[in-house]
Design a protein around this ligand. Structure first.
Ligand SMILES: C[S@@+](CC[C@H](N)C(=O)[O-])C[C@H]1O[C@@H](n2cnc3c(N)ncnc32)[C@H](O)[C@@H]1O
Ligand code: SF4
Length: 401
């Protein structure tokens, strides 16, 4: 096992069946500045809380480990901007998490907040995958999004990552920003590929009401255009596939063997622990979420109580529908119930899905309409009943309630 230098007490994950996947998501809710489109749980004026927050994450994990917590097969530091905190602080949190030898450990990085020393610390701590928030490789688009980096920064940070020994790199891109031309988007795709990354997540810009972009659009500024975004999606799919990165989820492309295992865990209904404020965890059939602000998270953990802010137990029907909807967003597709045969035939006729036996997979056209197609199929009863799951959860998500 790795990551247990400071681990207290023995662990009993031996009782977990071999091959069991288990993830840990750690939320780091701090950013240097707020991007115009972003409504994530993150703060730009709370850096004075970072030390206490890191200590609270470590305490939270340590307490969780007094439950029958399995060794993690994947760890994901998301944000906010995980790369904003000091390298040794991130290593301290990671150290507290018991992991399998081959665990995937990803850190979301902002190109503005990495340097050689920090990346070196990540590497020795066991981080083996980095996901850079690039968004665009075109300066005027980056400015419209309220980003602080430029394309040269991106190239520099990726080079530093390679020098530090990172082989698994991903970039996040956003398409459909008003003012972004097809040529601009192509430049971003080509620029990302020139970085030599093996994984790309590309998201259509969405307008969230409680953001600077939301307020601008409410005041009459242009909103992203659906048709432009559909064309941009097709361009991404063509460009990335031609470079050897195949789609494996509606918004994700990877070279063979380079899919994000942690995200696959989410999409296949796996179990994962939530660490940090606003983080969501899942232990079938229960999911839960931690209190939203860093202050409340720190207070709960320091006070020896649970940081869980709420939870819900999903009934079998809802679980089946969620599994169906998530599966349908992936290249593997979903199995459908024969009740929905007529709807499936109709949607196949409209070329939004391909059918093979009792499985369906979205076509590119279908991926663009994924939410509508899923809603129609669910209404037709397409979600088959789930196979009976394990009798008991791997660990209790609510022990510290
Ligand atoms: C937590 S951030 C990534 C790491 C880091 N905070 C950064 O931005 O560099 C997660 C990703 O969500 C995407 N995202 C956030 N808000 C979005 C929105 N309104 N529309 C489209 N994509 C969005 C961005 O691509 C962003 O990189
Ligand atoms: S997109 Fe990333 S860097 Fe920008 S505000 Fe959101 S979490 Fe922070």
């Amino acid at each position: 096992m790795r990551g247990n230098r400071s681990r207290p007490g023995p662990r009993d994950h031996e009782c977990v069946p071999s091959g069991t996947r288990f993830g840990v998501y750690v939320h780091i809710p701090f950013c240097a500045s707020r991007c115009d489109y972003c409504d994530f749980a993150t703060w730009t004026d709370r850096d004075h809380l970072i030390d206490e927050y890191v200590a609270a994450c470590v305490t939270d994990i340590t307490r969780r480990r007094s439950e029958a917590l399995p060794a993690a097969t994947s760890v994901f530091f998301g944000g906010g901007t995980p790369s904003l905190i000091a390298g040794p602080q991130l290593a301290q949190i990671l150290d507290a998490i018991e992991r399998t030898d081959d665990a995937e450990v990803t850190v979301e990085c902002n190109p503005d907040s990495v340097d050689a020393a920090k990346l070196g610390v990540y590497r020795s701590a066991g981080v083996n995958r980095l996901s850079f928030g690039v968004q665009s490789m075109v300066p005027h688009v980056l400015r419209s999004l309220g980003r602080t980096h430029d394309p040269a920064n991106v190239r520099r940070s990726v080079e530093l990552a390679r020098d530090a020994g990172f082989e698994r790199l991903s970039v996040d891109l956003i398409y459909g920003t008003p003012g972004e031309s097809p040529a601009d988007w192509q430049r971003s795709l080509d620029g990302a590929l020139e970085l030599g990354v093996d994984h790309v997540s590309a998201y259509a810009l969405t307008v969230e009401p409680a953001t600077a972009l939301g307020r601008q659009v409410a005041a009459g500024a242009p909103a992203p255009d659906d048709d432009v975004q559909a064309d941009a999606y097709a361009r991404a799919d063509d460009t990335l596939a031609a470079a050897g990165l195949e789609w494996y989820e509606v918004s994700n492309w990877a070279r063979p063997g380079e899919k994000c295992r942690h995200n696959e865990l989410y999409w296949t209904g796996g179990d994962y622990l939530a660490v940090g404020c606003a983080a969501h965890g899942h232990t079938a059939p229960r999911r839960w979420w931690n209190v939203r602000t860093p202050e409340r998270y720190i207070a709960a953990i320091e006070g020896g109580t649970s940081a869980v802010g709420g939870d819900e137990v999903l009934d079998p029907e809802t679980r089946a529908e969620e599994a169906f909807a998530l599966g349908l967003r992936t290249r593997g597709g979903a199995r459908f119930d024969p009740r929905a045969a007529a709807a499936v035939a109709d949607l196949a006729e409209q070329q939004v899905l391909d059918r093979s036996g009792d499985r369906i997979v979205l076509t590119r056209r279908g991926r663009l309409l994924a939410s509508d197609v899923t809603a129609r199929l669910l209404l037709a009863g397409a979600a088959p009943e789930l196979e009976p799951g394990p009798a008991a959860p791997l660990f209790s998500g609510t022990r510290y309630h």
